[in-house]
Design a protein around this ligand. Structure first.
Ligand SMILES: Cc1ncc(COP(=O)(O)O)c(C=O)c1O
Length: 344
């Protein structure tokens, strides 16, 4: 049987603490649509981590969290600036274009990271009715290529956005991995750095389902209740998302899970970095390892461990680690890679 540990952090099961939390709330009756005591408790947890000046809303999945969060702040005549590799651009089936109806302005990068210098040439046409009006810079932290923005880099982007009367959005589907890698709290890497709205992820770090839109300026969330409902993401049995978030944000569960995933990626990197026939193409800063593996070796390795070839043209494979990736699997995978390239 093919081992699936490195395909995606989504391939993981649900952490037992999360399942226990869901079972605990699975008693009796509870008011639906988020008006229940469990949801209040989960929101309190968000306040503990981000401060009380936020508005937070729970949704089922990450795609909707990005699209509906952005819909709250963007009109159809606006543009959102993002990296070409952004999930928003590549893996949301033009959902932003359909549901927000705006333009995505995409920027080529080598490492998935936007910079002020890269964005500047695209900020044209302010006030010109013939031109889509730039409104949001959207970055992913950590990026889709496993790389990390420092707080200083985020601050620079936020200042630049605000100077241009724009907003900074963070797709934080894996924000826990970023916070663990930076050894900082969620607030320090978002609100304190000037981020305006955040897609906060739970699913990739041990939850069954559940993501959150966090608005750091309450004026931005004015219509979000309606947008979430119209966007078909208002969960009736909300308590099962809320219970997960309460557990996730308690006793450092998010941190333990993310730290482990990051450590496994570092270990994989250490084990394969000196194999001359392959090349690690991105800095290993969180829980992803990107490796250029000549096409001829891929079927052999993939017959034992599944992984995605992220870039077919350049034969770049992506190995994702998660909270339950084992040390043993990392070592066996690295040996299989070594053996495959030496045998050919
Ligand atoms: C960076 C990023 N953002 C958002 C998502 C969306 O998550 P979902 O698959 O839950 O819609 C993903 C999922 O792979 C992701 O990697």
């Amino acid at each position: 049987m093919i081992n699936d540990s490195f395909g995606s952090d989504n391939h993981s099961g649900v952490h037992t603490e999360i399942l226990k939390a869901m079972e605990k709330v699975n008693v009796g009756f509870s008011i639906a649509y988020g008006d229940d005591e469990y949801t209040k408790r989960a929101i309190e947890k968000f306040y503990e981590h981000f401060g009380r000046e936020i508005d937070v809303y729970f949704l089922y999945n990450g795609t909707a969290t990005n699209i509906l969060g952005l819909k709250a702040v963007v009109d159809s005549f606006n543009s959102i600036i993002c990296a070409e590799t952004a999930h928003l651009n590549v893996h949301e089936c033009c959902g932003p274009e359909k549901f927000i109806g705006c333009k995505l302005t995409t920027i080529k990068t080598d490492d998935g990271k936007l910079t002020v210098e890269k964005i500047k040439p695209y900020l044209t046409g302010f006030g010109d009715p013939h031109v889509a009006q730039p409104k949001v810079i959207s970055i992913t932290q950590p990026t889709e290529l496993g790389t990390l923005y420092s707080v200083k880099e985020i601050k620079k982007l936020a200042d630049f956005a605000h100077k241009n009367k724009m907003l900074l959005h963070v797709d934080g589907a894996r924000l826990s991995n970023a916070a663990a890698a930076l050894n900082l709290g969620f607030k320090e890497i978002t609100k304190d750095a000037g981020v305006d709205l955040l897609s906060f992820g739970g699913t990739k770090n041990g939850m069954m389902f559940g993501e959150a839109v966090v608005f750091f300026d309450k004026k931005l969330s004015k219509n979000f209740e309606y947008i979430r409902k119209q966007g078909m993401q208002l969960a009736s049995k909300m308590r099962y998302i809320s219970a997960q978030f309460e557990a996730f944000l308690s006793n450092d569960l998010w941190l333990k899970n993310a730290k482990h995933a990051n450590e496994m990626a570092k270990l994989l990197y250490e084990k394969i970095k000196n194999i001359t026939e392959i090349k690690v193409t991105q800095k290993v800063e969180c829980n992803a390892v990107f490796v250029m593996i000549p096409k001829k070796y891929i079927p052999t390795i993939r017959s034992k461990y599944f992984f995605h070839v992220f870039d077919e043209m350049n034969s770049i494979a992506r190995f994702m680690c998660s909270y339950n990736t084992t040390r043993k699997d990392v070592i066996v995978l690295s040996e299989i890679i070594k053996k495959a390239v030496l045998e050919k």
